[in-house]
Structure formats: C-alpha cells, structure tokens
Write a protein of this length. Structure first.
Length: 272
C-alpha cells in the first residue's frame, strides 16, 4: 500500500468533516512488522494505511475508535511486546521486538463563513486563517476576491474556500457543512437582510452573527418578523452586535480582533 495513502485519508476525513485518529509507529526495538514512521488512519467505519497488521494494528484500531467516541483531543502512546508469552486481544505476534505506537486524534475542525470580504472581512479572514479551520469567503463583488487582494492569506493554516456569488450570495449557505458559523458583514444592508433571512431558514448552521448598529438591527428584526414570518425565538439565533462588547474601537483591525476572539470562545464552548 503506498505511503501516501494516509495523507489522502486525512484529507478525505477533513473534507467529509468526520473525526479520526492518526496512528504512527513511534519506536521499534528489535524485530517488528513495520519500521518507525509507518502510519494508519482510522475513521469511524474505515481504516487506511497500515502499521503492520496483526494484533498491533487490530488493538490500535479498537483503541482509536474508542478515542473517536470520547472526543478526547490528547495524543496517547501504546506499548506492544511482540512475543508468544504476551496475551493479546487479537492473537499472538512473536516477532521478538517491542513497538510503541502514537495515537493522535484528528478532530473535526471548526468552519466559518464570512459573507462580505470588505475592510473588516479581510482583516477577520487574516486572523482566522492562522487557525486550523475551514474558512469560506463569500462576496458578490469580484474585486474583493482577486488573487492579489487575497494574497495576504497565501500562508494560511486554514483551508480557504472562495465563493463568488454575484446575484444570490445566500445560495452559498446550502454549500456549507453542518455546524458552520456564519458572519454576515456585506457592503449592502439589503444583502445583509436577505442573508439573515436565508440563514435562519438553513438547517444545521452553527452561530449566526450580523455586523451593524442597534438601529440597523431594529429594522432587520421587524422585517424578519413581518416579511420573513420568523418568531422571536428563531430571530434570537442571530447575534448582533458581534464581537466582545468591552472592545469598542471602530477600526477594521480592532473590530476583526474582537469578532475573532468571540468566535474562538464559541469554538471552545463547542468542544466542551
């Protein structure tokens, strides 16, 4: 099986937004089925790659699936003695050596969609791109999404997905994975209103945030109730203003830091 199998498997799990565990042969003493560095990726229902088969692999897969069930993010080391005097759960391996295996959880990373990549949106994207998450950038304006403008995200840790929806940006909502956090901050209040309505009608989203003043929200709330037909509990899913209330600066970078900090706190709450 090619060594790149585990790399493709990790990418596949991330794309499917499924948790997994990366299993690596960390150390080998004496004879063992695989050398140090051999890898195996374990998902809820599948496994890709190999650390040598037999009892080592079977026990590692069992333990990895237990870890997936708990959601514990901490890595774990497992030691195996490969001789016929050891009672093993999945049969005897008597190569004569000893192996240590490292299990590293692969959690489902957070996902965020920014609707509007203007001054604040781009500053926020720059901050969020430094974190391990899926970042969706949506804008109706072509000039906001040029390669030159988004070049500041070239070294992103996040996986950045760019959506240019010139007519109906709310169509991008249907493309988002369940649990995606949505932030509405476009250049056009009418566009913001349409997105707020569509987000409330989209099942499975995470938090929904709307940038703007109290006056803007008052108008939106009335419109969402009268024209949209949403009840108060549904409308209350939208958080506005966004960011940390104690940070009051109006500069784009300051707003972006405030919003990012609040969003990171939401991620922590999701994991708890």
């Amino acid at each position: 099986m090619p060594d790149t199998t585990w790399v493709a498997a990790v990418a596949r799990l991330r794309a499917r937004r499924e948790p997994g565990v990366l299993v690596t042969v960390a150390t080998v003493r004496g004879h063992a089925p695989r050398r140090a560095g051999a890898k195996l990726v374990v998902g809820r229902t599948g496994a890709w790659g190999s650390i040598g088969g037999g009892n080592i692999e079977a026990v590692a897969i069992d333990r990895a699936r237990e870890r997936i069930g708990t959601g514990d993010p901490e890595p774990e080391l497992m030691d195996f003695a490969l001789n016929d005097k050891v009672t093993n759960r999945h049969g005897v391996q008597c190569c004569g050596g000893a192996v240590t295996v490292l299990l590293e959880p692969l959690p489902v990373v957070p996902a965020v969609a920014l609707f509007g990549v203007g001054h604040v949106g781009l500053e926020l994207a720059r901050i969020l791109a430094r974190h391990s998450l899926d970042l969706h950038l949506v804008d109706t304006r072509t000039d906001m999404l040029t390669d030159e403008r988004l070049d500041v995200l070239a070294d992103a840790v996040a996986q950045v997905h760019v959506h240019h929806n010139p007519l109906l940006p709310e169509e991008a909502l249907a493309e988002l994975a369940p649990g995606t956090h949505v932030l509405i901050m476009t250049h056009d209040h009418a566009e913001d209103a349409a997105l707020a309505d569509a987000a409330l009608r989209t099942t499975g989203l995470g938090s929904i945030g709307l940038i703007g003043s109290a006056a803007k929200w008052s108008r939106f709330r009335q419109r969402l109730a009268t024209e949209g037909g949403h009840d108060d509990a549904t409308i209350d899913r939208i958080k506005t203003p966004i960011g940390l209330r104690e940070i009051t600066g109006k500069e784009p970078a300051t707003i972006a830091v405030s919003v990012a900090a609040d969003l990171l706190r939401t991620f922590e709450e999701d994991r708890s």
